[in-house]
Design a binder for this molecule. Sequence first.
Ligand SMILES: [Zn+2]
Length: 253
Amino acid sequence: MIRWLCKTCNLRWIHPVEVCINCNSKTERQFSTKYTVAGFTEITVPSTLHPKVPYTVLLLKDEHGNLMPKKTMKRFTDADIGSDFLFEKGDVAVIKVKYDYYAAILNALLLLQDFDIHSYKNKRILIHAELLDEKKDTLEKKSQLEMANAIKQAFAESIVDVDRKLADKTEYALIIDVPFMRVNHQTLSGKNSTLTIANAILAPNKDEPTHLNMIITGNSFNDVKSVFEVITAGKGEFKGKVAGDELEANIRV
Ligand SMILES: [Zn+2]
């Protein structure tokens, strides 16, 4: 969880705020890693975006005292209040893009099994984004631009190159593909990476607004693709473990 914090005024925001609205000083990002269950509500009435019931909305508290809601399909009892809450890691992590790509990508990477962002400190990594020199301003190109900028921030301790081609793969400790996934559209790139960070949207019909903007990340491109297909089209199955936002209840029927 990230909060944007003004240390002078002790004001906090859950969305990106660069400059404090009270004193004009630059905000800092506050990260949390430890959570306890502060409360919960069980929901038994289905709604359009949450057709599967019952589900639980937890109120989590982090080590700074910040509160956040978290949907889960698990059930809780009063005895769970005050206990530690662990975000489980998975072979694939799915995170909704709420405010910015940076927060979503960072959260997704932290939930990925067998992946440690800090192990790439001072190493060369490559973001493979083949659409960046497209002439037309497409949704796909816009996504790749945002993704590349956010990944650069997330890997601030690494030496990051962004390229359209994969000329010499040998000099990189990590190659990240950033495919754009949309139902019924061909998925771009993703086959040469050692890490896939996909931007996936749920907007099944042409000209329909985006219902859901997600980051899906995994060490295997095929795993990422399978999870996307299960989430959006209910097609196929994924036998591995999925971490992150509880999207199973958002599957379209
Ligand atoms: Zn302030």
